[in-house]
Design a protein around this ligand. Structure first.
Ligand SMILES: NC(=O)c1ccc[n+]([C@@H]2O[C@H](COP(=O)([O-])OP(=O)(O)OC[C@H]3O[C@@H](n4cnc5c(N)ncnc54)[C@H](OP(=O)(O)O)[C@@H]3O)[C@@H](O)[C@H]2O)c1
Length: 240
């Protein structure tokens, strides 16, 4: 065992969180959890973070080509479209001003008149299933770039291939736990960025993955560990 010796010097976050070079598809998830593993506080995740976590959340968006998120997180957190940030500096050079959101939904119970769809600088993508209600599907297609993958349940691997076909390879998943569990079960998760928040919550919130036990749990190696205000910012990369 060894200590992780803190250095007083701030780090260049864009460098620390750069996607691997080479241009291959890479799926990163960014989640926050309390010390006792809660991924929700009062049915949301906002109460778990701090300003540094928010800064990292925004930077990871800037680094990504697309942000995958479950419809329940969109509804719970009141998601709008991704907005460009001055703090991104040059990280989006040669790319559209923002990454689109790609919302996973079976019911398509989404407000297609909301800013998420009407004010997006790059059209929001909806990752839908073939069995979706035809009227909801028509409404989605009027306002969003709809990808159909799977019949009753989204085929996450097929959805990722469709994103790749659009040239979107630097993937960021912002959860929620239901979607992240399925992405992991499908063997698609390359990296987990986990903010460990110095609080204890108890109760019965979801953990960062909410789904059936994985028969073969993937292993991860520590990429780096950063600290600010007693929060830990852990980057774990899948061992292959
Ligand atoms: N701690 C964190 O870092 C973090 C991050 C994100 C979210 N959260 C919290 O987690 C909670 C939401 O997470 P969640 O796990 O309940 O929901 P979620 O993963 O955000 O979204 C679940 C929804 O995605 C769609 N979906 C999931 N699997 C599907 C499949 N196989 N095929 C088609 N559609 C599918 C369904 O949408 P429809 O219902 O539209 O069909 C489903 O209701 C919120 O409280 C949020 O604040 C925490």
């Amino acid at each position: 065992m060894r200590t992780l010796t803190p250095s007083p010097d701030p780090v260049d976050l864009a460098e620390y969180y750069a996607y691997p070079p080479g241009g291959g598809t890479w799926l990163r998830a960014n989640m926050v959890a309390s010390l006792d593993g809660a991924a929700q506080r009062d049915e949301r995740s906002g109460g778990l973070g701090n300003p540094a976590d928010q800064e990292l959340f925004l930077l990871l968006r800037g680094l990504a080509d697309v942000v995958i998120v479950g419809a329940q997180t969109v509804r719970a957190e009141g998601y709008g479209p991704v907005r460009p940030r001055d703090s991104w500096g040059g990280v989006r050079e040669g790319r559209p001003p923002v990454p689109p959101l790609a919302v996973v939904s079976r019911t398509l119970d989404l407000d297609f008149d909301a800013p998420l769809f009407t004010e997006a600088a790059v059209p929001t993508i909806v990752l839908a299933t073939a069995s979706a209600d035809p009227a909801r599907l028509r409404a989605a297609k009027e306002r969003a770039d709809v990808v159909i993958a799977g019949d009753d349940s989204l085929d996450f691997a097929a959805a990722v291939r469709e994103l790749e076909a659009r040239g979107l390879r630097r993937l960021l998943c912002e959860g929620g736990p239901g979607v992240l569990a399925q992405i992991t079960a499908a063997g698609l998760l390359d990296e987990l960025c986990l903010t460990l928040s110095p609080m204890l919550l108890a109760g019965h919130p979801a953990r960062i993955l909410n789904g059936p036990a994985l028969p073969v749990p993937p292993g991860f190696r520590l990429g780096h560990a950063l600290e600010e205000d007693d929060f830990l910012f852990l980057r774990y990369v899948r061992s292959r």
